[in-house]
Design a protein around this ligand. Structure first.
Ligand SMILES: [Zn+2]
Length: 304
């Protein structure tokens, strides 16, 4: 059992949040396990313990412990040590329900669409013909599909996407709100394709909504707005908008490039409005419950 000798770790996180150090000498998993008894273990079907928490993991937890010298533990655990929250449920708290959705959904990811700052709008949805500077999408999968996106795109209601329109604040403030200031502060570290950054200062999706009213929304059955554009999405687009300072909105189209730093800036990242689909508007206050909690976000740039 456990022919792990061929696995090697090349990078290890150091105590400075988010940074990495290259491990120059090879360390095998076997070396790290030491004399652990590998014949006694617990087994269950569970989920990833980090978002998107897919129910996709066969867990094996060994009864025996790895014995490490106390001095080494003190040297490697950042002070004060962060206590890992207990896993009390096989489901993560990140998800959406209510608002007429047939069942609960778990959040998969969020992303943004923009045009060119506040001067060229880039939202994918329009309200009464009005396009907005930016739009945030939170993509969720039917909880019963256990994170299986292959099944989700074959189900007309397999995915539920939330669309939040973003417009510039009219009070001439800059750097507001704080959650967007925090989010945009990472853009300068993902200016080229393939770069990624760990967000070290926690940002919750709720904080990005900045008090937006969730009881007034539009609902229609539609498709993904990126290839393969499957007709598998229950769309909910909120009538209220997130108000963000113009300077922060401008950062998106002025900071990141479509390839390396010599390439053009990433602008107009949205799909145009499609031909008319029947759209319903929420008639009674039935707020969507977005129990989005604290989601540790990771930003990455990729080519669409
Ligand atoms: Zn989108």
């Amino acid at each position: 059992m456990c022919p792990l000798q061929s696995l090697h770790i090349f990078y290890i996180f150091d105590s400075t949040a988010g940074s990495q150090t290259e491990v120059t000498t090879e360390i095998s998993i076997d070396d790290l396990l030491g004399e652990v008894n590998r014949y006694e273990y617990y087994r269950y079907n569970g989920s990833l313990t980090t978002p998107s928490c897919n129910q996709a993991v066969v867990w094996t937890v060994f009864k025996d412990k790895i014995k490490v010298d106390e001095n080494l533990l003190q040297a490697t655990v950042p002070t004060p040590a962060k206590k890992t929250p207990p896993i009390t449920s096989s489901k993560c708290s990140v998800g959406v329900s209510g608002g007429g959705l047939g069942e609960s959904y778990d959040s998969l990811q969020f992303h943004l669409h923009w045009g060119n700052g506040v001067s060229v709008p880039g939202s994918e949805h329009t309200v009464d013909g009005k396009q907005f500077p930016m739009e945030m999408h939170i993509v969720n999968i039917k909880s019963s599909l256990n994170g299986n996106t292959t099944l989700a795109v074959q189900d007309p209601t397999g995915l539920a996407a939330l669309g939040f329109l973003i417009e510039a604040r009219t009070d001439n403030t800059t750097d507001e709100p704080a959650a967007w200031r925090n989010l945009t502060s990472y853009l300068s570290r993902i200016t080229e394709m393939g770069q990624s950054v760990d967000i070290t200062d926690p940002i919750s999706l709720d904080s990005l909504l900045d008090g937006l009213c969730t009881s007034d929304y539009f609902r229609y059955n539609g498709s993904l707005t990126t290839p393969s554009c499957n007709e598998a999405v229950v769309w909910t687009v909120f009538n209220d908008t997130i108000k963000v300072s113009a300077d922060l909105i401008n950062l998106f189209s002025q900071t990141v490039h479509i390839n390396d730093s010599s390439s053009i800036l990433m602008q107009n990242v949205f799909r145009g409005v499609q031909s008319g689909l029947p759209v319903q508007r929420s008639s009674s206050p039935a707020p969507m419950s977005c129990s989005l909690g604290l989601l540790v976000l990771s930003l990455a740039l990729w080519k669409s």
